[in-house]
Design a protein around this ligand. Structure first.
Ligand code: NAD
Length: 478
């Protein structure tokens, strides 16, 4: 597959002609090329987005609704090809990629209806004045997304940006640009208005940074690592750009002694290892009350040892390949670090070389115990199929350990005690708290992290508000 830029309604190579190799994680081999764009390509995309800005902003909501639904229809109609491309490009199991393609289409449908329903406030000031808020499109906005849930997160940004009346320059991760490319092709097929959505490909520090630095791009919606987010903020903040940052996590998955343990364990397998643990919401710290610690430990070790690692195309594969050589090396280095920090590997801890995929980047689901709650392994994001077990003695200690990282994305807790659940939820320093569930999503809810996990929220009206500029209009009544 040769991945091109989609600019002004056409597929184009990078202006410089430069390309990057694209790797298949399951084989470790190059299987295609991707446009290696730079600031000249961003400038070209900007001109297209700027030219389309007025017309898209003034397109009636019914028309925007129709176009966003048409994008959803295009993904649904070609779901299997999208899923195959996603799985091959990212390394995730094909069955999982199929689910994610359903969600990518849903993102467009959800924000299609938001375009129709979005409204703004009015404030009556006694009998002196009436204020109303205009929420106008920002203009040209930038969307930058990561490699873990490629089309799912790409569409999660683009859809509200378009629904709110902006034109968009979007950049998928250079590691996983295949489905964004297919989306560009789908735009051409359905005759999506030229210049309204533009997709540029290439390296983050080159083309991504050119987007962040571009004076005409007025808002940046970014999902990725905390260090990258910090760097982007340092460039965008002095330019007074609107910024939404969805960053890393080190999430606790807390099981109390009064939990429905079977239910907790069933979900915990996914919370720990779904998508090779490469989900920002994964519960990488499994915290267990000391009275049930041995039971939970034995069960999760058993489950981890029995998850099939290998060929992403096979239906019974539970853990696919790690996205890139560089990330594979990073995850393995963290496993080594955990040993140096005094951890004991209870399951996994090694690379896996599945038959027929010996040169791919696979890591066995790994369970580690015996580490202090404040060591690097327990406070830094690993973002792989690696969890640590941490016992706690009571609610107070559970809370202290859970909050003891710089991250604050998502916490999961398992308890049948209603008052404890509410108490914990109120005191956990996280943007999302799941009680007796995990990754149960309602697209209307505010989504995002506290502390170093981000700034701002996505989802529902939060996203529509981010992608619009509020203007208060005050009319005197006398
Ligand atoms: P990353 O920060 O390396 O890259 C993310 C995107 O930013 C990519 O498209 C990349 O090309 C681009 N980029 C890199 N440097 C840039 C720069 N200087 N200027 C502009 N753009 C630049 O992150 P990643 O490794 O692709 O993704 C993994 C990270 O994403 C993890 O930390 C994970 O927790 C996080 N994540 C967070 C959420 C969330 O909702 N909070 C969701 C998914 C992933």
């Amino acid at each position: 597959m040769h991945i091109l830029n989609y600019i002004n309604g056409t597929m184009q190579a990078a202006l410089s002609g430069a390309i990057l190799d694209n790797f298949e994680p399951a084989t470790g081999q190059v299987y295609g090329q991707i446009a290696d764009s730079d600031n000249a390509d961003v400038a070209l995309a900007f001109e297209a987005a700027k030219a389309a800005k007025e017309s898209w902003a003034n397109t009636p909501a019914e028309e925007k609704f129709k176009w966003l639904n048409a994008l959803a229809d295009a993904i649904d109609a070609d779901r299997e090809n999208f899923a195959i491309a996603e799985s091959r490009d990212q390394g995730k199991p094909l069955w999982l990629a199929r689910n994610e393609m359903i969600r990518a289409a849903q993102n467009f449908r959800f924000f299609a209806t938001a375009a129709m329903q979005f409204a703004s406030e009015s404030h009556a000031t006694e009998n002196k004045a009436i204020n109303y808020t205009l929420r106008q499109p920002i203009g040209v906005v930038g969307c930058i997304s990561p490699w873990n849930l490629p089309l799912y997160l790409f569409s999660w940004k683009i859809a509200p940006a378009l629904a709110a009346g902006n034109t968009v320059i979007a950049k998928p991760s250079e590691f996983t640009a295949a489905t964004a490319h297919l989306l560009g092709e789908a735009c051409i097929k359905i005759g999506f208005p030229a210049g309204v959505l533009n997709i540029v490909n290439g390296l983050g520090p080159k083309v991504g940074q050119a987007m962040v630095e571009h004076k005409g791009i007025k808002a940046i919606s970014f999902t990725g690592g905390t260090a990258t987010g910090k760097h982007i903020a340092s460039i965008a903040a002095p330019m007074f750009k609107k910024l939404s940052l969805e960053l890393g996590g080190k999430n606790p998955n807390i099981i109390f002694e009064d939990a429905d343990i079977e239910k907790a364990l069933k979900t915990t397998v996914n919370t720990s290892f779904l998508n090779q643990g490469e989900i920002c919401l994964c519960g990488s710290r499994l915290m267990v009350h000391e009275s049930i610690y041995e039971i939970v430990k034995n069960r999760i070790v058993h489950e981890a040892n029995n998850l099939k690692v290998g060929n992403p195309k096979e239906e019974n594969t539970r853990v696919g390949a790690i996205v890139s050589q560089q990330h594979y090396d990073k995850v393995l280095a963290y496993i080594e670090l955990s040993k140096e920090e005094g951890g004991t590997i209870l399951a996994g801890g090694t690379p896996v070389f599945p038959e027929g995929f010996e040169s791919g980047w696979f890591i066995a689901p790994t369970v580690i115990e015996g580490l202090s709650a404040t060591c690097r392994t327990n406070t830094e994001e690993i973002f792989g199929p690696v969890i640590t077990l941490i016992p706690f003695k009571d609610e107070e200690e559970a809370l202290a350990i859970a909050n003891a990282t710089e991250y604050g994305l998502a916490a999961t807790l398992w308890t049948e005690n209603l008052t404890r659940a509410h108490r914990m939820a109120a005191n956990l320093e996280f943007g999302i708290v799941w009680i007796n569930c995990w990754l149960l999503r309602d697209l209307r809810t505010p989504f995002g992290g506290a502390k170093s996990s981000g700034v701002g929220r996505e989802g529902g009206w939060e996203a529509m508000r981010f992608f619009t500029e509020p203007k208060n209009v005050c009319i005197a009544l006398s």
